[in-house]
Design a protein around this ligand. Structure first.
Ligand SMILES: [Zn+2]
Length: 576
């Protein structure tokens, strides 16, 4: 071709006015693919929006979290062709290791480049400029390597593309992003399956638009997110020994519309029809500008049969029951394309029961040597949790009652039934404080506040001491001149005390009846002591935190009862 004609061709090429999808359909071929030998936007439609975002002028970072087998590699190859031919700029591809990346460039990327005429025509004439890790095009350079510091240093890049970042060491994504040297036209493109909740990927993905993929029901036009929970199957498809009859289970699989209950069967044609209706919706109302994130689960990928996912899920659950959570983690990360949160269990022992029952105390009977009893209440929006606990002078105690009452009147009845003195009914005022103050004031009850403070100063004879509980104060409550009594207690100190008391062998008995509810047993294992970073001091501290998803109300009630006993002087108050 003479130089003039070449110049004209180049001018036409650079002035290309269509989208990356139009261009790729005209120019990109996949010599090694068994699904489609050329780019076709209807094959993996979930990749269209991320392709457009990677080539627009607004997006600076995009993060695709997709199931394995959803076409992530094809996405990067298509994008690479477009970058070289249409939007050139220094580009860095980072995979897990140097060897894996070399393999990919040699076996997939270079053959695709050769088949793509606009890219091939730009190949360097010096064949030494064409290596597995560096391609020196006349107009740009493309580096490819593993996620290590050497590859991530010094180079200044317009495009930084990270593959399977869930495998990277924490900190490497930050290194990758630093390679842009704050170019105005920079793009960071991250691609991965799901990861562990502690990985730095979470922060990057969460800060973006969080676009989830959903389908539109052909029957009622209702858009809904692709959810594994919408896929159902016949749970009775088992033989008399409980072994799955896989063929029967397979025939029973349906995806049900959450709106009109229309059912879609598990075959390639129905799955592909639904894929043709699908689109993204953002979940994050306040993303960082220019940052987009996408999620694509395996059940949105029409060539993956739902049956294979259901089977994996059932087997993963069976493994979990025998103590192996690894298959379930794989399912959540690789199939749901979601984040795995390690299930934390309390390291406290199960509640040990003493030899008595609740029924021995339902008529207000006293313990031998009892000096105080308290009803401790945790208020929720439309119900309460409460415990009644009685203490002896040596600090030993028994739980007499635990329940989940719905009204203040029920609390009155419980208090009366157990003969709890008015001041000894203590209600947590952390929620709905004005209401709690007013109700306590009317009844002569006491309000309490769990506090993040370590302790409270008291004047004791000649010296000042710090205790886990504050003095009792009075506050205006409501508009009738009522005063509510309230006090603060140090959450950490009281919880430490409770956790020590409820260990099996302690000097002072802290007892629970043998017929205590399962709910109580569960809630008493709802918190653990964990290292957390203090937001103010930046120091690592041990703090009690609730285990995600576990209600802790009865545990809170027991803390309040303990704090009340400290206030009454039957338990040491943690003098410092
Ligand atoms: Zn519907």
């Amino acid at each position: 071709m003479n130089p003039l004609a070449q110049g004209i061709c180049q001018g036409i090429r650079l002035a290309y006015s269509g989208t990356v999808l139009d261009w790729a359909e005209a120019n990109v071929r996949f010599p090694a693919s068994d699904r489609a030998s050329r780019f076709d936007r209807t094959v993996a439609p979930w990749m269209n929006e991320p392709l457009l975002a990677a080539t627009d002028d607004e997006t600076t970072q995009l993060f695709i979290r997709a199931a394995t087998g959803a076409g992530k590699t094809t996405y990067m190859e298509t994008l690479a062709c477009f970058i070289v031919a249409q939007k050139p700029g220094p580009t860095l591809f980072v995979g897990q290791t140097d060897d894996m990346v070399k393999d990919w460039t040699e076996s997939r990327l270079l053959p695709i480049f050769r088949e793509c005429e606009p890219v091939h025509s730009l190949f360097p004439e010096d064949r030494h400029a064409l290596r597995k890790t560096t391609i020196l095009f006349p107009h740009m350079v493309l580096f490819a390597g593993g996620a290590n510091i050497t590859n991530l240093q010094e180079k200044s890049m317009r495009y930084c593309i990270g593959d399977e970042v869930w495998r990277w060491k924490n900190g490497m994504i930050r290194e990758l992003k630093a390679r842009h040297h704050d170019r105005w036209n920079r793009k960071t493109i991250l691609v991965s399956q799901g990861w562990d909740s502690t990985h730095e990927s979470s922060e990057e993905w969460e800060s973006g638009t969080r676009e989830v993929y959903g389908w539109e029901c052909p029957a009622c036009k209702h858009w809904q997110r692709y959810l594994f929970d919408a896929i159902t199957w016949d749970n009775d498809a088992k033989d008399e020994k409980g072994v799955w009859l896989w063929d029967r289970l397979q025939d029973s699989i349906r995806l049900t519309c959450e709106n009109c209950k229309a059912e879609y069967r598990d075959n390639a044609s129905e799955r592909r029809t639904l894929a043709g209706t699908a689109s993204y919706r953002p979940l994050n109302p306040h993303p960082v500008r220019g940052v987009r994130s996408f999620e694509i689960p395996a059940y949105a990928v029409w060539w993956i049969p739902w049956f294979s996912l259901v089977r994996e899920f059932l087997e993963a659950n069976e493994a979990k029951h025998s103590g192996n959570t690894d298959p379930l983690r794989q399912f959540i990360q690789k199939r749901k394309a979601q984040v795995w949160v390690e299930e934390v269990t309390s390291d406290m022992p199960e509640i040990a029961c003493a030899d008595y029952s609740k029924s021995e105390y339902v008529e207000g009977q006293k313990l031998d040597g009892e000096v105080h009893r308290f009803m401790a209440v945790d208020k929720q929006r439309d119900h309460f949790w409460c415990v009644v606990r009685a203490f002896r002078a040596d600090g030993s105690s028994r739980l007499l009652h635990e329940s989940r009452p719905l009204t203040w009147e029920t609390l009155d009845a419980i208090s009366a039934q157990y003969g709890v003195p008015a001041r000894c009914n203590v209600v947590d005022a952390g929620y709905d404080t004005p209401v709690v103050y007013e109700q306590c004031a009317r009844r002569g009850w006491t309000a309490s506040h769990g506090s993040g403070q370590d302790g409270f100063w008291h004047q004791a004879q000649e010296r000042r001491v710090r205790r886990f509980v504050s003095k009792i104060e009075a506050a205006q409550a409501g508009s009738h001149g009522l005063k509510a009594a309230y006090f603060f207690f140090a959450n950490e100190g009281v919880k430490d005390k409770l956790s020590a008391l409820r260990q099996v062998e302690t000097a002072v008995a802290w007892e629970v009846p043998r017929d205590v509810s399962d709910e109580y047993r569960k809630q008493m294992l709802s918190e653990i002591k964990k290292d957390v970073i203090n937001a103010k001091t930046k120091q690592v501290e041990q703090r009690w935190v609730r285990i995600s998803g576990k209600p802790n109300h009865l545990w809170d009630c027991e803390c309040i009862a303990l704090a009340a006993a400290m206030l009454a002087g039957v338990l040491p108050t943690g003098d410092v």
